[in-house]
Write a protein that binds this ligand. Sequence first.
Ligand SMILES: [Zn+2]
Length: 330
Amino acid sequence: MSFTSNYSENIPSSGTVAKVTEGVYWVRMPLPFALDHINLWLLQDKEGWVLVDAGLNNFETRTVWRQIFRGFLKNQKLNRVIVTHFHPDHVGLAGWLCEKFNVELYMPFSEWAYGRMLYGDITKRSQFESIKFYKRAGFKDDFVSKVVSRTKNYRKFVSPLPSSVNKIYDGYTFFVGSDSWEVIIGKGHSPEHACLLCKEKNVLISGDQVLPKISPNISVSPHEPNANPLAEYLFTLDVLRKRVPKRTLTLPSHNWPFLKVHRRIKALELHHKERLTQIEEACRVPTTAVALMEVLFKRKLDSHQIFFAIGETHCPFTSAFILWFNRKSF
Ligand SMILES: [Zn+2]
């Protein structure tokens, strides 16, 4: 495939690996959700491979990995595992792979620590905080009771994270083969999401920070109920616009590689501007996050999607930001 390929027609089939460009390979893993896949990346090192993101910890993903060990990675070694952020589809099998290949984990420190925290966070106190959060959003008791069972989900989809990490941070540079990769930290989707830019190859691994087809989930969570992640996310889009060259081949965690990342950044900004205008309009009368969710999401949502949707809607202290952002020109 070349840079001008239509990548949506070249998706690697299960258990296979596709070349994206010299030294950069694409693996696709299944997910048991409406969003049914995640893209992982293998970078060719001098001897062996560097893996970016690991896939969800479940039977299906481990089975696909075993096919790859017998096929593309037969007699090959992994040199390091890099994880962009703590979400289970990215970090889920990192511990399993690090142990199998006896390699170390590279990850932003707060992402690693957040994952470790969630893995161990099964106390009654955290359930109490979650219930308080979803009641404040306007949910009825029957829905809130589902929160209790959901608090164990992280543990279900993540193999134990290594107890030590090599921290990567904004500006951190590492070499794969003779190419240098620079970390650009993004916020809003997760605490310190790592994007990886290789100027020699003209490639950006954008993770979940910039996606070609859907907008990344930008959510307030019970762990930080008064946060304003959307402001952080929009700030990050500006950072990416300044630091990533225009014609950079962008490798996202969902859908397929794409060019014109600057155009996509602008589209994401306009999408949020439109959403914030709708919220500003709906907030002319007192309302709840649940009622606002119905303004923003017209389609029927399953309970998994509702958790994402309410997180996106639940920004109760952001009115000044909405006013500022809606007056900003793009
Ligand atoms: Zn994510």
